[in-house]
Ligand binder design. Structure first.
Ligand SMILES: CC(C)(COP(=O)(O)OP(=O)(O)OC[C@H]1O[C@@H](n2cnc3c(N)ncnc32)[C@H](O)[C@@H]1OP(=O)(O)O)[C@@H](O)C(=O)NCCC(=O)NCCS
Length: 172
């Protein structure tokens, strides 16, 4: 089993757009209307938006490769790039997505370990994330990885207000 990781640059914009849209669609298509999904995909993953995020020095994107194929990606934020004001001792995992066919092969854990490594190197005290309350699969994964629920916030999928659980892991 060959797993590799690569930090994304602006040159990866199109590949990032493709994997972001594909994995988001795959994950949420069964529980959301086509209108809301399309509205979100257009807003979150248009080229300008992703270019802005890739250029933010407080955000980092990584591709994970399984046998040389892009199998998933990770986005982490620190400082002002975090989607909630959590302060400079926190790191946010904003996105962690593995394509369906590559799930349950240890790739999610591999990306989570990468996020932990970045947090430790930056002397962060905790890692946090927001996860849709109906995303049972991801919630079970985060619990397995040592995260606990510490709050909740709203998230808009198109015009629908949804609740994200905030889950946190304290670093020792
Ligand atoms: C959630 C996700 C990132 C997990 O990644 P993955 O590659 O499938 O998980 P891994 O194979 O690395 O699993 C790591 C550990 O978590 C456990 N695990 C994974 N999914 C689980 C689940 N649904 N229930 C219980 N345990 C789970 C595995 O058994 C494994 O345990 P081990 O360390 O004892 O072997 C992946 O399923 C995914 O991308 N889902 C769709 C996108 C998504 O929902 N992202 C999160 C948005 S907030």
């Amino acid at each position: 089993m060959t797993i590799n990781i690569k930090k994304c640059t602006l040159e990866d914009l199109r590949t990032l757009q493709k994997i972001s849209s594909e994995t988001f669609y795959e994950t949420f298509k069964h529980q959301n209307s086509a209108e809301n999904m399309n509205a979100y995909l257009e807003k979150a993953f248009n080229v300008k938006q992703l270019e802005k995020e890739l250029s933010n020095i407080s955000s980092q994107f990584f591709f994970v490769y399984f046998h040389n194929e892009v199998a998933g990606y990770l986005k982490v934020n620190t400082n002002d790039a975090q989607s909630e004001e959590m302060g400079d001792e926190s790191l946010e995992i904003e996105r962690i997505y593995i394509k369906n066919q590559f799930q349950k092969h240890g790739l999610g854990k591999y990306l989570l370990n990468k996020a932990t490594e970045i947090a430790m190197e930056g002397n962060k005290k905790k890692i946090w994330l927001g996860v849709w309350e109906k995303n049972d699969n991801a919630i079970a994964f985060y619990k397995k990885m040592g995260f606990v629920q510490t709050g909740a916030h709203s998230f808009y999928m198109g015009d629908e207000e949804q609740t994200d659980l905030i889950m946190t892991k304290t670093l020792l």
